[in-house]
Design a protein around this ligand. Structure first.
Ligand code: HEM
Ligand SMILES: *[C@@H]1O[C@H](CO)[C@@H](O)[C@H](O)[C@H]1NC(C)=O
Length: 502
């Protein structure tokens, strides 16, 4: 049976390659059919124009969405399911909230990450998802988790991040460091300590990262690349034959699973022996205490690591770059953290200007550039776009942040002030902005569970770093935004670090 399937896929693949090699210079005009749906941009019924643009999909989709009267397009790809991409806040509300149950992640998505994430919260739907969500939401509202996380954050910043940057600043003539890499490793330490109560200690750039960290990177990258395969049968075939990237993926996943299982068993032992207080505060201990089985707990914590690792680092990397181009904005952040040696939990609550800067950076460079659901049944979006059962429905934070219709004519300016409104009694206060207009953390029942934790982390880091150091990018060129599963800056952010004179 397996061989038969393999042959079938092989046949499909060969046919596909044939179509490609026969078609010279794709002509976009002949590929565009008039739409039967007045509210969407004409169906781009072509795998050819898709392929021509697949290396600049973000820009392509954004341009098309601007042309569409309701910021919604439908992309039809040969051999692939239809994709509806929307940057329309009303549609987003419908998908993520009003008709939530009709728009699960769906098997085509969960297949991509299923080998790595199993049925963990990030990669499940229905009952499997909602039971994990309930438990996790409960823990995330607990004061004890917030305090535990803050303590981890403080230690990691004061004892690791600041010393790493100090040593770069002290280096004669200034050493160039990759700030994105530093922030990634920082975020990985934090998310592992919070989720597993395990310290990978990977911020020291002179040492190689632990095997688990390396394996996680490889597994996440290869899983994400599956999604960019124009025909999914190709990666499925490679997996079946255990060759190429799929073989490397299998090995990396095995390393992740074995390492995490070891950590779980050690934790169980320590808990059984009474453990010390710290042994009971991390998510792993909390999930074990709730009586979940070993494999379910493993999948759950891996999901948390996956969801919490590269997002905050991406947001902060872009903000640090934007600040280097907007000195007046940086000065205002400095005003907010002036005279504060170590930031306290209460100080963070007051850093609304820093928060506005983070939102503004994520509007232009969202850590999750797009995110897809799959329609369980036929439906109609508020703008009239028809959805067929099985369609892939994508909401697109990157495009939304760049729509004149959503943010006004000055959408391409970095303006943290747009997040404030004047109140006669109190002066400027943070505006409440609809999460459907700004779905950077998703929205509705499945909104990012780590949102508050993420802001705490980012404010603390941005404040602590800027009050001590000047960050000076080495290159004057505009960095390139690369959207994988989470987005990052191509080639990192190479900077010189200088101590700030007070
Ligand atoms: C700037 C930082 C962050 C951004 C922009 C962000 C964004 C998102 C987005 C867009 C989703 C929805 C993804 C999807 O359903 O496909 C999500 C889900 C999630 N995030 Fe975050 N996230 C951030 C930080 C974090 C952190 C620090 C944690 C945890 C420690 C975290 C934990 C989660 C979890 C567990 C989910 C899955 C929730 C569910 O499916 O019910 N996130 N996040
Ligand atoms: C939600 O989706 C279902 C299909 O599952 C559809 O029949 C129904 O009309 C939709 N509800 C709303 C409020 O649009």
């Amino acid at each position: 049976m397996e061989t038969l399937t393999a042959f079938f896929f092989l046949f499909l693949t060969l046919g596909f390659i044939l179509i490609f090699s026969l078609s010279t210079k794709p002509q976009e005009k002949t590929q565009t059919k008039p739409s039967s749906n007045p509210t969407s941009y004409p169906l781009i019924g072509s795998i050819l124009s898709f392929n021509k643009n697949r290396h600049r999909l973000l820009q392509w989709y954004t341009d098309l969405l601007r042309l569409s009267p309701s910021q919604t397009i439908t992309v039809d790809l040969l051999f692939n399911r239809r994709t509806i991409v929307t940057a329309n806040p009303e549609n987003v509300e419908h998908i993520l909230k009003t008709n939530f149950s009709n728009f699960p992640k769906g098997k085509p998505f969960t297949d991509l990450l299923g080998d790595l994430l199993g049925g963990g919260i990030f990669n499940s739907d229905g009952e499997l998802w909602s039971s994990q969500r309930k438990l996790a939401s409960h823990e995330f509202t607990m004061r004890s988790l917030k305090e535990f996380t803050f303590e981890i954050l403080r230690e990691e910043v004061e004892n690791r991040l600041v010393p790493v940057l100090s040593s770069a600043a002290d280096y004669d003539g200034g050493r160039t460091v990759d700030l994105q890499e530093i922030l990634k490793r920082f975020a990985f330490d934090i998310v592992c300590k919070v989720s597993l109560g395990w310290d990978p200690d990977c911020l020291d750039l002179t040492r190689p990262v632990p095997a688990l960290v390396e394996a996680f990177d490889v597994a996440a990258a290869i899983s994400a690349r599956r999604a960019t395969e124009p025909v999914h049968a190709v990666w499925k075939l490679k997996r079946l034959l255990n060759v190429g990237s799929e073989r490397r993926l299998r090995e990396a996943i095995k390393t992740v699973h074995v390492s995490v299982s070891e950590i779980i068993r050690a934790k169980k032992k320590s808990l059984a022996l009474g453990g010390d207080v710290c042994d009971k505060k991390d998510l792993l201990s909390r999930f074990l205490a709730a009586g979940h089985g070993e494999e379910a707990v493993r999948d759950s914590v891996i999901s948390f690591i996956m969801a919490g690792r590269d997002t905050t680092s991406a947001a902060m990397t872009w903000l640090f770059w934007l600040l280097s181009e907007n000195v007046n904005v940086e000065d205002k952040i400095l005003e907010e953290v002036r005279n504060k040696e170590a930031l306290g939990f209460e100080d963070l609550r007051e850093m609304s200007y820093t928060k506005a800067c983070l939102c503004e950076a994520m509007r232009l460079y969202p850590p999750v550039a797009w995110d897809s659901k799959h329609a369980a049944n036929d439906d109609v979006l508020p703008d009239g776009t028809r959805v067929r059962k099985g369609d892939k429905v994508t909401y697109f934070p990157y495009g939304m942040g760049r729509m004149e219709k959503v943010w006004g004519q000055d959408w391409d300016e970095f303006k943290p002030n747009r997040w404030f409104e004047e109140k006669p009694s109190t002066g400027p206060v943070l505006k409440s902005v609809s999460s459907f207009k700004f779905p950077v953390f998703q929205a509705g029942p499945r909104v990012c569970i780590g949102k508050e934790m993420a802001f705490t982390q980012m404010k603390y880091v941005v404040g602590s770093v800027l009050s001590r150091f000047e960050i000076i990018p080495v290159s004057k060129n505009r960095p390139v935004f690369v959207p994988l599963l989470t987005a990052h800056m191509a080639g990192g952010l190479k900077v010189k670090i200088k101590r700030r004179e007070h």
